[in-house]
Design a protein around this ligand. Structure first.
Ligand code: TXA
Ligand code: MG
Length: 334
């Protein structure tokens, strides 16, 4: 079991943060809450600490990490160039759930970038993340604190379950607000190219510039156009099946339960009133996309913990507001 310390998410205790900073300075790994999901932090400029992050996650070394910093100036210091798009998005959306992909500065360890010539940077708003960054005074490389391709953690217990002793210290600041990861935007071309839908919505990005959504996936193991775009990702242990409608979801779950499986049924909006066979565990999530996203991973973690064999999820409604939820459902079900 890693050391887990409770922190006030609004006003973290300086002594706790100082202890976490010592762990980072010694090359250790600290999991901490952000406004999106929990991150697995290491000193970004320490190549050995960064290597430990890849090992802890079981993540292929070609998948780059996000460098977290306190402000746009520090982000820019990690970049070889700072296009107009970066300046516009940074001033409108930082601190917040936005990650920018820019050209990597020469002093940034290659390992952080997965061996490539770009670097992802983000300025988080969560007070615990910010206190940690301020205390260290250096960038923190932090992917989501889960095993490769697994569900992201939205509470500290998820981190402990996923990573165990591979992490040195877990700062428990309670549940994450957004519950889904940051939106990743490549600003190196003229347009804003979305690589991963996330907590910042498409409509908000469009207000700031011409947006291109490029999130197509490639089969695992194939050469990838954009790193981290593997087909299966954000997935629970149980097989996840997507159903187009509530009716379909109910039918698929019932059929599997009659076949002897334990099945999680995840719906949204109106509560499920239909009688279902034993073996179906029903979870109803909110009908509003932001509220759904906040509880999505937590619900899937809970169903995994309950030992279900499969999870049938009612697909997210059509519409841009659901883009992050729909994206994660898609990738988890492959
Ligand atoms: O909300 C978040 O972004 C969380 C919190 C902890 O900040 N972090 C997170 O990191 O989700 P991770 O490593 O689990 O996901 C980062 C995503 C991956 O899809 C990765 O491929 C992409 O960002 N990414 C990172 N660096 C990149 C780069 N240089 N070029 C293209 N994509 C990059
Ligand atoms: Mg991740």
């Amino acid at each position: 079991m890693p050391r887990v310390v409770t922190v006030d998410p609004g006003a973290p205790d300086p002594a706790t943060i100082a202890a976490a900073v010592r762990v980072l300075r010694a090359g250790g790994l600290v999991a901490f809450p952000t406004e999106t999901v929990y991150g697995l932090g290491a000193r970004a400029l320490d190549a050995r600490a960064v290597a430990r992050v890849f090992a802890a996650k079981g993540r292929p070394p070609t998948h780059p990490l996000i460098a977290h910093v306190l402000d746009a100036g520090q982000a820019r210091a990690l970049a070889a160039s700072w296009p107009d798009g970066a300046a516009v998005l940074a001033s409108a959306l930082w601190p917040g759930a936005l990650t920018l992909v820019v050209d990597r500065g020469a002093h940034v360890p290659l390992a952080v970038s997965g061996g490539g010539d770009s670097i992802a940077v983000r300025v988080p708003s969560h007070p615990v993340a910010r206190a940690l960054l301020a205390g260290l005074g250096e960038p923190v490389a932090a992917p989501s604190a889960n095993r490769y391709q697994g569900l992201s953690p939205t509470i500290a217990a998820h981190v402990v379950k996923e990573l165990g002793d591979a992490v040195d210290l877990v700062l428990d600041g309670g549940p994450c607000d957004a519950g889904v990861e940051s939106t990743v935007v490549d600003v190196r071309g003229g347009a804003l190219r979305v690589l991963r839908p996330g907590a910042v919505g498409l409509a908000r990005l469009r207000e700031l510039g011409a947006v291109e959504v490029r999130t197509e996936t490639v089969a695992a193991g194939e050469l990838r156009a954009a790193p981290g775009m593997d087909e299966r990702h954000y997935a629970p242990r149980a097989r996840l099946l997507l159903a187009a409608t509530r009716e379909d979801a109910r039918r698929m779950a019932a059929a599997r339960a009659r076949g002897g499986e334990r099945v999680g049924l995840v719906v949204h909006g109106a509560p499920e009133g239909t009688a279902l066979p034993d073996g179906v565990v029903v979870r109803c999530l909110p009908g509003e996309p932001g509220e759904y996203a906040r509880l999505m991973y937590r619900t899937l973690h809970d169903l995994d913990d309950a030992g279900v064999d499969a999870i049938v999820a009612e697909a997210a409604p059509e519409g841009e507001a659901w883009w992050a939820v729909a994206d994660r459902q898609e990738r988890a079900s492959r």
